[in-house]
Write a protein that binds this ligand. Structure first.
Ligand code: AGP
Length: 622
């Protein structure tokens, strides 16, 4: 959840730390700080609130000598978001940043107090500095002290430590929360909790593994493990993300930019997963894992939040086209259950960040139990992609807005491609249906592009809907069939970025209770494309309207029948007369509408769109 950056070398360290932390601020942002060497003396600057407060403290400072420092943005777990609790924490000559949780911190604190140490903050993190200090007092070197101290910790975390007694290096350990390192081509070393912080310097990244101990100094990177001081033999991987994808490029917010990038996200993901040189539809490029998908007798789909919604779509498609049972599970629940596992079951863990603690835990657990595990992530080298037996990647590029948008579309697309691929092998009849769908699928990026024109009718309608209902008491998003996961996703988006109460429901479920809440101050967003459940959804719309609900309808362009019953109508670019458009593709066109509506609501409410309160992009704690 927290962001970590480190640098040693000849470039101006404070620039690198601040720039890196800016790239990571989307992860956690309740306080920030840096520690750096100035002529072999350690200095710390930190502040509650956003990074900009630290930037002010650093104005005009240009450290002398070897450029060496570490930085941190915090997502509070132990102790309030105050300056005192902000990282780095200094304890005598030792300074550290930490990401994750030390579960046995009360025990450690009690032991340290017995030894006469008095922590100044409420955090679990600070205690690690005392452990290292204590070991160094007994004559041990920094690396050895960090290694030994880390072994005393329970729980998942990573730390980066420096000491004034041994200037010239930082020492880091990873266990469960991500760390990525890179050699500075100009001499020295970079370190970060997320590759995005380093992309403008190099694309060659080394993803640390659990138990790795890293020393960064002027000569580069040295990685051993907690168990052994021998070289761990880690190799660099090349990331294909470009640094220019990381700027807002004229958009007011990353969220808007990332919504608008979805046509390209689709193209990139199609290109990366399909072998377009082949003529059959859904020609999945041969890669490890495809065979496992083909032979699966059952899928267990585990994820959290938006990735769970993409997995729910996956369930619908895998069952319809693949003909394979697919059970959808919240990772946080499944990991503590005792599920009945049938022979031939395959676990699919989906995670944009590739670092979500609950999804990672269930992948590890299933592997232990002999179930093949496949992941869908957006980050090459992420922990989940490495811990699963087979990693598939979305090609959404870096996503900075905490609210996931383009990554959702890309995850959904991966499921769609798999389902289509499996469908081809089922029967002649299904294979010919799948062929038709494939032809429509590859045209979708164009449709999306036409729909997402900034001054186009769909975008304007989303903005108008937000303006009209910005003060509504609450929102329901409803849909049936393939529209149901989009209803859930719409409600989540609106809560996340606009802080407005909203709920997603299967349209047929509303009358089983929630309809009691409907009155004229409530708004229902009805996802009503002309699919096989259209008439039923229209009836649900009428039931709500009759009870006073305001209605925002999202459906086919030219559907005058439903449009006249809506207070605002948001058209998607499939004409109502186009009866051949396959209903399984509607989610790709509906989701940008609910994303944009939420975005405009957030703007009107004046929230921090890209970094909503209390959230973090990468949820590495349970
Ligand atoms: C999405 O907008 C949210 N920020 C959140 O629900 C997210 O999808 C969830 O935390 C899972 O994250 P992951 O995809 O990185 O595993």
């Amino acid at each position: 959840m927290c962001g970590v950056v480190g640098y040693v070398g000849r470039r101006p360290v404070l620039d690198i730390l601040v720039k890196g932390l800016k790239r990571l601020e989307y992860r956690g942002y309740d306080s920030a700080g840096v520690a750096y060497f100035d002529s072999d003396k350690l200095k710390v600057e930190k502040s509650e609130g956003k990074l900009v407060n630290v930037e002010k403290l650093l104005a005009g400072i240009a450290p002398k000598g070897l450029q060496l420092g570490i930085g941190h943005t915090r997502w509070a777990t132990h102790g309030k978001p105050t300056t005192q609790n902000a990282h780095p924490h200094r304890t005598g000559h030792v300074v550290l940043v930490h990401n994750g949780i030390i579960e046995n911190y009360l025990e450690i604190k009690a032991d340290l107090k017995k030894k006469g140490y008095e922590p100044a903050s409420e955090t679990d993190s600070e205690l690690f500095g005392f452990l290292v200090l204590d070991k160094m007092k007994s004559g041990k070197k920094l690396v050895e002290s960090v290694r030994e101290s880390f072994k005393l910790l329970h729980g998942f975390c990573s730390v980066v430590v420096m000491s004034e007694q041994e200037p010239g290096k930082f020492v880091a350990v990873r266990n469960g929360t991500p760390l990525v390192a890179a050699v500075d081509p100009q001499g020295g070393a970079f370190l970060a909790s997320d590759a995005q912080a380093l992309l403008e310097y190099t694309k060659e990244m080394i993803f640390l593994e659990d138990g790795d101990v890293l020393v960064g100094d002027e000569s580069g990177i040295h990685i051993s493990t907690l168990a052994s001081t021998k070289d761990a033999g880690r190799k660099a991987v090349t990331l294909n993300w470009s640094a220019d994808k990381m700027d807002k490029q004229g958009f007011e917010h990353y969220m808007l930019k990332e919504i608008m990038e979805q046509p390209m996200t689709m193209v990139d993901t199609l290109n990366s997963l399909l072998d377009r040189a082949r003529t059959d539809p859904f020609p999945l490029a041969e890669q490890p894992g495809v065979e496992v998908l083909r032979s699966a007798k059952e899928f267990i789909l585990a994820a959290c939040g938006t990735s769970w919604h993409a997995s729910l779509l996956g369930k619908y498609w895998l069952e319809r086209w693949g003909g394979v049972p697919a059970n959808i599970e919240y990772s946080s629940e499944l990991r503590y259950r005792d599920p009945v596992l049938r022979a031939g079951a395959v676990l699919i863990g989906t995670s944009q960040s590739g670092e979500t603690a609950d999804t990672l835990a269930i992948i590890k657990e299933m592997r232990k139990r002999g179930v093949p595990t496949v992941s869908i992530t957006n980050v090459r080298g992420s922990t989940i992609s490495r811990e699963s037996n087979y990693g598939f990647f979305t090609s959404a590029g870096p996503e900075f807005s905490v609210a996931a948008t383009k990554s959702f579309l890309a995850q959904a697309l991966v499921f769609f491609l798999w389902a289509g691929h499996l469908g081809l092998r089922r029967s002649k009849d299904i294979a010919s249906q799948v062929q038709v769908i494939f032809d429509q699928l590859i045209k979708l990026p164009h449709l999306l592009e036409s729909m997402l024109k900034p001054d186009g009718v769909m975008v304007r309608a989303c903005e108008e809907a937000a303006k009209k209902f910005q003060n509504a008491k609450g929102f329901f998003f409803i849909g049936r069939g393939y529209s149901f996961p989009i209803a859930l996703e719409g409600a989540l988006k609106l809560k996340e970025v606009a802080y407005v109460h909203s709920e997603g429901y299967a349209a047929g479920e509303l009358k089983h209770g929630p309809i009691a809440m409907i009155d004229k101050e409530m708004v229902t967003i009805v996802l009503v494309p002309q699919d096989s459940l259209y008439e039923k959804t229209v009836s649900n719309l009428q039931e709500l309207k009759a009870r006073g609900s305001k209605i925002i309808g999202i459906g086919n362009a030219g559907d005058e029948k439903v449009k006249k019953d809506c207070d605002v109508w948001i058209p998607i670019p499939v004409k109502s007369a186009d009866k051949d458009f396959d209903e399984s593709l509607y989610p790709f066109l509906l989701v940008p509408a609910v994303q944009l509506f939420s975005y405009y609501m957030a703007k009107l409410k004046g929230t921090d769109v890209d970094q909503p309160r209390n959230l973090a992009k990468s949820v590495t704690v349970e």
